[in-house]
Design a protein around this ligand. Sequence first.
Ligand SMILES: *Cc1c(COP(=O)(O)O)cnc(C)c1O
Length: 437
Amino acid sequence: MLYYSTNRQVPPVTLREAVITGLAADHGLFMPGRIGRLDDAFFSQLGQLSFPEIAFRVAQLFFGEDIPEEELRTITAETLSFDCPVVRVTEHIWSLELFHGPTLAFKDVGARFMARMLRYFLRGSHKPVTVLVATSGDTGSAVANGFLGVEGIHVVVLYPSGKVSDIQEKQFTTLGRNITALEINGTFDDCQRLVKTAFRDEHLREKLTLTSANSINVARFLPQAFYYFNAVARLQEAGALQGRELVIAVPSGNFGNLTAGLFAREAGLPVGRFIAANNRNDVVFQYLLSGHYAPRPSVETIANAMDVGTPSNFARILDLYGHDWKKISTLMSGFRIDDKEIKETIRRVFDQTGYLCDPHGACGYAALEAQLKEGETGLFLETAHPAKFTPTMEEILGKGEVPLPPRLAAFMEGEKNAVKMDSHFPEFRKWLSDNCR
Ligand SMILES: *Cc1c(COP(=O)(O)O)cnc(C)c1O
């Protein structure tokens, strides 16, 4: 299948090229030329299929023309070394727990899949690839761990100094080997801008093979459709959907996760509508209300992985629906919540149900609480384990309520190793030129 650019200024490219280059030459985002639909036979037996089988069928739909079946089966199976279960929180609200992977956040799914797909496409090639990734916390850890030790790939993680939690920082600054962390004196948007500018830089493009592992990469964001289908299967199995319409609330920052949900819907996912849950960084919320899209600098919140002022995947949503605001605003509604309300939600859900939401998942839960109607079943994406935000969680719930999972504790043992850098492009450019090949 060919992938076109949302800016449509360059000819479509193959999947291999889309994955290796990350961003189109006209600075647009790649879109699959066609979205197939899963057939009735698939949906009629969905509740009986296992997660790996469901994921493989969805992977085949997106990537089956470009990757041999056995290879795709291996990539998918290796990616899903963990489950993404649904857990009932209240009578009609369920949590889709996406934190059972190695770095305890949903990005493990996309990052692990992309690392394996890139490994497949680079097989037999002798030119190393440099993966650039800007992170507000969880992307860096998921990508660094997903790519750790993969031959021929050097990962460079850019993160805003002092704006990610200790545990997040440890997950990508302690690994060594083919992973380098750059501690940027700036915001997440600065990091993202440095990465985007590097891709546009002629000199760097000539010298290095640069790719991105942010959710702009199709190999990272599309696999996130897997767990939406699996969630429906598990909800069906649990009898939670009989005659009820499904509403999915997605805590959103760069909108990769929600966009994958929209692609899943195009492929046949039985979902009534989505809710885009924002923290105070609410440009999409404002767009959905007014039809006017006005990106602006991000502000800091306690749901820091959603502190994005210019959500990169929004271009994909606009393209998918032909920039039709009416259509987009019927498929999804917006929701916005501030830090105080996030804290209140975490406290209330814990007191009333015993369920622990992390600050991001809490935005999704609150969105359902506010907007779920009679006859609907709500599912919110619990995008990270609460223990990744221990200081915030302890401030809300008191000490000792959030046990640290052993695989998270293990990261804290490592020694931090990061290169400090200003947010000015020339310095970053020189570093790349000197340290990558
Ligand atoms: C990255 C992240 C988000 C935002 O996801 P997008 O795909 O960028 O919208 C939400 N929650 C957590 C915990 C994250 O790490």
